[in-house]
Design a protein. Structure first.
Length: 291
């Protein structure tokens, strides 16, 4: 592990579902290997270690610089308020340690590619006769009281539509805000879909994924002539690893070029997406023009 780079404090939400927490721990281990950086997983709530304990473990292991990365798909109360407050408490206990806080994953093209792969996997299991023009992809997020977070889902759905040429790409939310899965599937049917691929836009397994599956089953029962397929969540697709690695590099380099996250010129220039962070400084004005 590279001792000269900041230790990574990887912050997950935490779940009452042990399988979901285990996937997060596996992901943290894979990310540590990818980055070659000491990585300490921790949780906001519902699981251990806590953020404060994770911070203390980084310090005990010799870290003088810590990069804290919230492994959340979108911005919201947790990322904007709860996590920073807990990090401030932890830093107050270790005043000699430098802390830098990263951005949530956001709708990066890495994650669009992951969703496209999950759709392809689900369609490979299809027994129906619907054409690609009669196929709707339904990207389903958790749902939030944060409008900015919710607005990222239709943006992601649109990118998936533009990249892949499916007849229809719609979005829905598991909870909190409309449309839910059933309402969105009704919309797909009215727009001519004969097959719907439900894609959980979730990091890990757990209650939210189970509920999305239950909503999809209920819709299938309501529309017996419609083929409803359920895709996998994001873990362990490599696009998720690439998205998190990009956010770490941005923390280390002091660049958080959020406006460029969806820029094809940035993502595809130079081949190796993982190392595109070194382009930010001199290329950023070009990205702005490209948009």
């Amino acid at each position: 592990m590279n001792q000269h780079r900041p230790a990574l404090l990887l912050i997950g939400h935490g779940s009452p579902d042990k399988a979901g927490n285990a996937e997060f721990q596996q992901f943290a281990q894979a990310l540590a290997g990818r980055l070659g950086t000491a990585t300490q997983p921790c949780f906001l709530e519902l699981a251990e270690p806590s953020i404060g304990e994770g911070f203390a473990r980084c310090v005990a292991a010799g870290a003088r610089q810590i990069a804290a990365l919230p492994l959340f798909l979108g911005p919201g109360r947790h990322q904007k308020r709860d996590v920073p407050a807990l990090l401030a408490e932890a830093q107050a206990l270790h005043p000699g340690v430098t802390l830098r806080y990263g951005a949530p994953l956001g709708p990066q093209l890495h994650l669009v590619e992951a969703l496209a792969a999950r759709a392809a996997e689900a369609l490979a299991q299809s027994a129906g006769a619907a054409t690609i023009d009669e196929t709707a992809l339904l990207v389903v997020g958790r749902g939030s009281k944060d409008a900015q977070s919710n607005a990222e889902l239709p943006r992601l759905a649109r990118l998936l539509y533009e990249e892949r040429g499916y007849g229809l790409v719609e979005y829905a939310f598991q909870s909190v805000v409309a449309p839910d899965v059933g309402q969105a599937i009704t919309r797909c049917v009215r727009l001519g879909a004969r097959r719907v691929v439900v894609l959980p836009y979730l990091l890990f397994t757990g209650f939210v994924r189970d509920d999305i599956a239950a909503q999809a089953r209920a819709a299938q029962a309501r529309y017996p002539d419609l083929e409803v397929l359920l895709g996998g969540h994001l873990f362990p697709h490599g696009g998720l690893l690439a998205a998190a690695a990009q956010r770490y590099h941005e923390i280390v380099d002091g660049t958080a070029a959020m406006t460029c996250d969806l820029c094809v010129y940035r993502q595809r220039a130079g081949g190796d997406n993982d190392h595109d962070h070194h382009h930010h400084g001199h290329d950023h004005h070009h990205h702005e023009e490209a948009h």
